[in-house]
Ligand binder design. Structure first.
Ligand code: HEM
Length: 545
């Protein structure tokens, strides 16, 4: 067996406020390990060839990294370094800083952004385009709206998810995007879809979610609330998008194959973007080895399931097709492949986002019982004591909405999102952008900027979202960009709030949650962020000691 492990990372970070404040250099090289077993079978030859190629590429990148280290050392040593006390030699200073911060990269980036006068930094990473990371609302508005045409997702992004998402709305730009956007926006604004969503929520909450919590309360059973909410969200989004019930929220059973394949495909696609040696996944894909082989199998399973559903849906169409998105898209006359890619994008977009937001809110409320009481008061003061929740009742839950907004400000389900510049440009704060540069708006950092949210920015304080009459204030979507903003704003935003409010109201009206762990959980950013280690809780019926 031949294995090679390599890591070569090179990052230069400039704090961009027209002055180069700091240059950080990381060069982390771990050695290649060769371990040769002489009795190799023929089937291992592709793996060997691949590993050898990987090693050659890695060695090349090590040499390049070393050369760039040296050139940076000799070229930039004269720069005035006004910040970062640890910084004595460009290579070593940053190696220490990066190494020290490797488990808290989001907070480290946030600190760098808050030290920049315009909340913008420029990052150079070996093998990746020059990247501008910004938490500045004016820049965000410029990228997402004012000069939208210059900042598409771009090939570097769409390539990563392309095998999985195909030409679905989430993963295309230009004409292909705008056709789907128009059609989907039309369907999303339909009253019938809203009614359908509320009906799906009612079924899933009453017949599955509440019985699980009841059982946990009755038997003093510890449950992982994050896992419960993820499975709930998968059932819900499958029912809404495909009109099919995957029966995922049954903790006694392993997740259904569609859910596991979906998890694998999105995780491996996301990993393509974080591989230390750039675009090595393309080589793996050609050779059909390792994770790329797993991805191919997972995508085949997802495509197979959805294709089958399209066939069976077409067979039942003509009468009452059910109100789900798949039926709606098929009725609009799109071809089957396009419809398949579109619904997969919806599954992807609507899956883990709502469960992540609600998990973090439940955790925040366990540390803020006074705020939790206000939530419960809001529900029980509704006309029927919150026992039946229609679309209009849900729209009116202002305090819960404020809680969700402050929760997502601190723990956004999508921590950052990138675009790629078509032409040279200059952002409103003066940061130059060159053709092909990556421009990332950083939702996690934006929610924690003092300039944007004030001195109490790190506190969970839902009142900041409410006006004197208790209504939710209008806040610029470029300041609170957790749903993106502008022409490509999240299509499921309203549906997401309806779903999250429904779950929060239904659970907290009946139960109190008590975390098993006393230490704060870890925020882990993947394609969608989640709570490291899950959220294990004891469940108690409200009002019972
Ligand atoms: C708390 C929940 C949610 C959050 C925070 C959220 C956030 C986002 C973000 C940041 C984007 C932009 C991503 C990108 O362009 O790469 C996005 C796009 C999108 N979201 Fe959501 N989302 C949520 C829930 C949902 C739900 C429930 C659905 C659908 C049922 C949905 C459907 C979509 C779609 C279709 C897009 C693509 C829009 C386009 O490209 O034109 N989202 N969402």
């Amino acid at each position: 067996m031949l294995r090679s492990l390599s890591l070569s990372l090179s990052i230069y970070i400039y704090i961009s406020d027209h002055t180069l404040f700091s240059s950080l250099k990381i060069s982390l090289n771990s050695c290649l390990h060769f371990n040769l077993n002489l009795s190799l079978s023929l089937s291992l030859i592709p793996t060997m060839v691949f590993s050898l190629l990987l090693s050659v590429i890695t060695l090349g990148s090590l040499i390049l990294s070393l050369l760039s280290s040296l050139s940076l050392f000799f070229n930039k040593l004269h720069l005035k370094i006004r910040k970062f006390a640890l910084y004595s030699c460009p290579s070593i200073g940053c190696l220490i800083a990066f190494y020290k911060n490797r488990r808290r990269l989001l907070d480290w980036y946030t600190e760098l952004l808050s030290q920049s006068e315009t909340q913008t930094i420029v990052v150079h990473r070996l093998g990746a385009p020059r990247t501008i990371v910004t938490a500045n609302p004016d820049n965000v508005e410029y990228i997402l709206k004012t000069n939208f045409a210059n900042f598409p997702k771009g090939k570097p992004f769409t390539e990563l998810l392309g095998d999985f998402l195909g030409l679905g709305i989430f993963n295309v730009d230009g004409e292909k995007w705008s056709i789907q956007r128009k059609l989907a926006s039309h369907e999303f604004s339909a009253k019938s879809l809203r009614e359908f969503v509320v009906k799906v929520l009612e079924d899933e909450v009453e017949s599955r979610l509440i019985p699980i919590l009841d059982d946990a309360a009755e038997n003093d059973r510890i449950i992982d609330m994050q896992e419960v909410l993820r499975r709930f969200a998968f059932d819900t989004i499958c029912k809404v998008s495909l009109g099919m019930d995957p029966l995922c929220l049954d903790l006694a059973r392993p997740p259904p194959p569609l859910a596991s394949a979906f998890d694998a495909a999105s995780a491996i696609s996301a990993m393509r973007g974080t591989a230390p040696v750039f675009a090595v996944w393309k080589l793996k894909r050609t050779l059909n080895v390792g994770l790329e082989k797993e991805l191919k199998e997972a995508v085949k399973l997802v495509h197979g399931c959805v294709d089958e559903m399209i066939r069976s849906k077409k067979g039942t169409m003509g009468g009452n097709s059910g109100g789900d998105l798949l039926s709606r898209f098929l009725e609009s006359g799109l071809d089957d492949e396009m419809v398949r890619d579109m619904v997969i994008s919806f599954l992807m977009a609507g899956r883990d986002t709502t469960s992540a937001a609600v998990t973090w809110l439940f955790w925040l409320l366990t540390g803020h019982r006074g705020i939790e009481k206000q939530v419960v008061d809001e529900i029980t003061s509704m006309k029927n004591g919150g026992e039946q929740l229609g679309f209009d009742d849900l729209k009116g839950l202002n305090f819960i909405k404020a809680c969700l907004c402050d929760d997502m400000r601190l723990y956004p389900p999508v921590v950052w999102d990138s675009k790629h510049a078509v032409k040279d440009d200059v952002l409103p704060d003066g940061t130059p952008v060159y053709r092909g540069n990556r421009v990332t708006y950083f939702q996690y950092g934006m929610g924690r900027m003092e300039e944007v949210w004030g001195k109490d920015r790190l506190e969970f304080r839902p009142e900041r979202w409410l006006d004197e009459s208790g209504m939710v204030k209008m806040v610029s979507p470029y300041k609170f960009a957790v749903f993106q903003a502008g022409p490509r704003v999240c299509l499921g935003k309203e549906m997401a709030f309806i779903q999250m409010k429904y779950v929060v109201a239904s659970v907290l009206r009946r139960f109190e949650l008590h975390p098993v762990r006393s230490e704060p959980p870890v925020f882990v950013p993947l394609l969608t962020a989640y709570m490291g280690g899950g959220f294990n809780v004891r469940v108690q019926r409200r009002g019972q000691q």
